[in-house]
Design a protein around this ligand. Structure first.
Ligand SMILES: [Zn+2]
Ligand SMILES: [Zn+2]
Length: 262
């Protein structure tokens, strides 16, 4: 729905004096944000270009003795990180999961791969009765020439969604969005990754509860416990070197798999 359409609907409903109706699109958005603070709001921070520490301050580093303590020596990379859990819950509560089929010599998808099957079997032993989802990470960036700013986005998809739904924009998990003068440096990116990795660990080890779509028919709220495992990442070579903290693709020994000098 476009902004203009939302404005028109607000106007129509207001002529009928519908109570608590926002005046326009902006009113609707502020209402949505108020009731879903974690879903839409990322936490903004700045990464110090000298010590690569994370700061809430946009103009100087808070670390004592840092070269950028009075003001950043160059403009810092700015990062928004978004909590992943509320995003996973909202997706899984409205989408049906694809059925799992595993045959030892066939693999058409991540969810019928051997690795996936191993995790399912292991989880059955440790947490019987709880379900799993697996995530594929992706990280990539673009350079916006007109603004000479680089935009770097880390996101993930839920492999258990049917393929036709999996990559829809509203089924994507946004982990972080960062902007800077150029592609983030490895040290900057590892600062960004700390928060993401910590949350992914919690999702894997502790898990979360969801009311599945198929359980919503009966009114009793039946929760299913899930654990989320991050099992793969789809990246190009420069993104892989950032994500895995290995040599840049033009350097010697830059392969993520083998030890050939190259
Ligand atoms: Zn610093
Ligand atoms: Zn190799």
């Amino acid at each position: 729905m476009s902004k203009a359409a939302a404005n028109d609907i607000c106007r129509i409903l207001n002529t009928f004096n519908v109570p608590n109706m926002p005046k326009d699109f902006r009113g609707v958005m502020s209402h949505v944000k108020k009731s879903n603070p974690t879903l839409l709001h990322g936490n903004q921070s700045f990464i110090c270009p000298s010590c690569f520490g994370k700061n809430a301050n946009a103009s100087k580093c808070n670390t004592n003795g840092c070269q950028s303590a009075s003001s950043y020596v160059r403009s810092p990379t700015s990062v928004f990180t978004f909590p992943i859990l509320p995003q996973i819950i909202s997706i899984l509560e409205r989408e049906n999961l694809a059925p799992l089929t595993y045959e030892s010599d066939q693999c058409q998808d991540v969810i019928n791969s051997q690795r996936h099957h191993e995790i399912v079997m292991k989880e059955k032993q440790i947490h019987s009765g709880s379900n799993i989802v697996t995530l594929t990470l992706n990280s990539d960036g673009v350079l916006i020439k007109r603004l000479s700013r680089s935009l770097w986005i880390t996101c993930a998809c839920i492999n258990e969604l049917p393929r036709c739904k999996r990559f829809e924009i509203n089924n994507m998990l946004i982990c972080s969005i960062s902007t800077g003068d150029g592609k983030p440096k490895k040290q900057e990116y590892s600062t960004i990754l700390i928060d993401i990795v910590n949350e992914l660990k919690i999702l894997e080890n502790i898990g979360f509860d969801i009311v599945l779509l198929s359980d919503k028919k009966d009114n009793a709220r039946k929760y299913t416990h899930f654990h989320a495992f991050t099992i793969c990442a789809a990246c190009d070579k420069p993104a892989q070197s950032l994500l895995m903290n290995i040599k840049d693709p033009t350097g010697y020994f830059s392969c993520g798999w083998c030890c050939i000098k190259g």
